[in-house]
Design a protein around this ligand. Structure first.
Ligand code: HEM
Length: 512
């Protein structure tokens, strides 16, 4: 029967059959996704659950974080945001997805979201195998401990000192002794100089040149490309097609970037130095023995420049943005810092750790102005499934925390979206009459938790405290009158990290 059918099939019939198949397949898939799919019982709009197109549209437009926040407001702590993906907004999600708990390991990353770059070695951030990741992380950890950060303080202080000097220079150039400066630019200069110095043994000298170079452009754009490529990997054929369409000039630029990394790392390794940068502190073994292989050193030195500058610069910008909207908080912070330090040389990493209000401001800045606000920490459930926030989730499903909703949800915080550093002060914990007593502060994990949490957290906190404290110690800070002085943090798009608009503030050196 089948042979007879095939013998009598002509080209037109074949085309018709393929055409009908091409039309029917997506229709049947959509019907399956909203009726029989194991996630069809989870709450969420049909448009998001029937195919991934709505998610991709939102992600590519840069509004995924706020679109999904609106869905959580409507549907609660779990939302189906794509046929095979659930978003969670609940403090319990951290432990359930990202932590190793007894015999249940943290859910793994998936190659769909954290794929390797063809032909390039893996870095800590995109290594999928938990075992290989743990081995790599062990070799890199000596570069990121509190002790290492203590050793790196002199390098960081040097750059922060230069930042203050440059900003004072801007004020001196003007007639009235004050200057409106775009802090996004200046925070990028200083954090990028710090991280490139630690990664390559020499900074990119952005503070000296006062301009962002090609490299920074590539790093900033790479977040956009990363976001688009990650969503495309859900459709391998479309991904394949777009890979083929990448223009030769873009490929040349990527090659140039990679060769620059290799060249800079090689140059630094050729020097006989004991400076406490990452390359000194990571365990290396050029022969492929019990240390990081050369390829992994290159890949990790590069990933540091992506992970270690945009994030800190964004958090500082967001925190300053909120401080300027709340002059009384800025005043209290300024008072704390100025009354504690008589001279700027006293402003050290160790001393800043002890300032309660500064640390409360930093914690609140990290909570309200998350630089990775949306679904940015995706994981996949093991084949046998798992329990997340009390829900039984089937196997091989993408799950993730919606960072913004978990850290600012009205169910978990008093005045949940307001910038209120008081909620972090130690006395709140002991005072049941405080409106913030019941805040679920354990849900605020801006650096993630578990085996894949942020390795750079001690450095990030130390450098951000130092930059903010030195700023309020040195300058009276006020709102700039320009349009760029009126940026509303929440009105910004995000491509994995917040896509920062220029933000100007007015600085005037304080009169002592
Ligand atoms: C405010 C600053 C920062 C924030 C909010 C932040 C946030 C995060 C988060 C949430 C993760 C976990 C990602 C995931 O689970 O998928 C992460 C991972 C990572 N961060 Fe950070 N980060 C910051 C600064 C830094 C700095 C300064 C460095 C480098 C010195 C750094 C290097 C990394 C690396 C390498 C990873 C991957 C770790 C792994 O997979 O083992 N970050 N970061």
């Amino acid at each position: 029967m089948a042979v007879y059918f095939l013998e009598n099939l002509n080209a037109i019939d074949v085309l018709k059959t393929v055409g009908i198949g091409l039309i029917l397949y997506p229709i049947l898939t959509v019907i399956y996704n909203i009726t029989l799919h194991p996630l069809s019982r989870f709450p969420g709009p049909l448009l998001w659950g029937c195919s991934r197109l709505r998610y991709m549209y939102s992600s590519w437009s840069g509004w995924l974080h706020s679109d999904v926040a609106a869905l959580h407001e409507k549907y609660g702590n779990v939302v189906r945001v794509a046929p095979n993906e659930l978003s969670f907004a609940d403090p319990r999600v951290w432990e359930d997805i990202y932590s190793n708990r007894g015999s249940s390991p943290a859910f793994p990353k998936s190659p769909v979201w954290h794929g390797s770059t063809p032909g390039k070695p893996d870095s800590l951030a995109n290594l999928i195998s938990s075992k290989r990741h743990a081995a790599m992380r062990r070799k890199m950890e000596p570069g990121f401990t509190e002790r290492a950060v203590g050793q790196q303080e002199e390098i960081v202080q040097g750059f922060v000192g230069l930042l203050m000097q440059k900003l004072k220079g801007k004020c001196e150039e003007s007639d009235d002794g004050s200057a409106a400066v775009d802090v996004v630019k200046w925070f990028t200069f200083v954090t990028m100089d710090i991280i490139t110095d630690l990664s390559f043994g020499e900074s990119f000298h952005l503070l000296e040149k006062e301009e962002l170079d090609d490299w920074v452009g590539v790093v900033v754009n790479s977040m956009r490309v990363f976001t688009i490529m990650a969503t495309l990997r859900n459709y391998p054929w479309l991904n394949w097609l777009l890979q083929k369409l990448i223009p030769a000039s873009a490929r040349r630029k990527a090659d140039w970037h990679w060769h620059t990394v290799m060249q800079k790392v090689d140059q630094r390794l050729a020097e006989d130095t004991r400076r406490p940068d990452f390359l000194s502190l990571w365990q290396r073994d050029d022969k492929g023995g019990d240390g990081l292989e050369k390829g992994h050193v290159y890949a990790n030195a590069f990933i540091m420049t992506v992970a270690g500058s945009e994030t800190s610069a964004g958090t500082l910008t967001g925190t300053l943005n909120k401080l300027l909207k709340h002059p009384e908080i800025l005043e209290r912070l300024t008072k704390e810092v100025r009354s504690r330090f008589a001279h700027e040389t006293e402003i050290t990493f160790a001393a800043l750790k002890e300032l309660p209000y500064l640390n409360a401001v930093m914690s609140e800045g990290l909570r309200v102005c998350s630089v990775v606000p949306g679904l940015t920490l995706p994981r996949i459930t093991p084949p046998s499934g798992g329990i997340v926030c009390g829900y039984r989730v089937p196997g091989n499903i993408f799950v993730g925390v919606h960072v913004h909703s978990t850290m600012t949800g009205s169910r978990y915080f008093f005045e949940s979206t307001e910038f209120r550093p008081e909620r972090w002060l130690a006395e709140v914990n002991q005072d049941p009459s405080s409106p913030y007593f019941h805040d679920q502060r354990n849900g605020v994990q801006p650096f993630g938790i578990g085996p894949r949490s942020c390795i750079g957290k001690p450095l990030a906190l130390a450098e951000m405290r130092l930059i903010l404290a030195r700023l309020v110690w040195t300058f009276d800070i006020g709102q700039a009158e320009s349009e760029a002085g009126k940026v509303v943090w929440e009105d910004q798009r995000a491509f994995t990290v917040i896509d920062k608009k220029p933000f100007e503030v007015r600085l005037r050196p304080r009169v002592q």
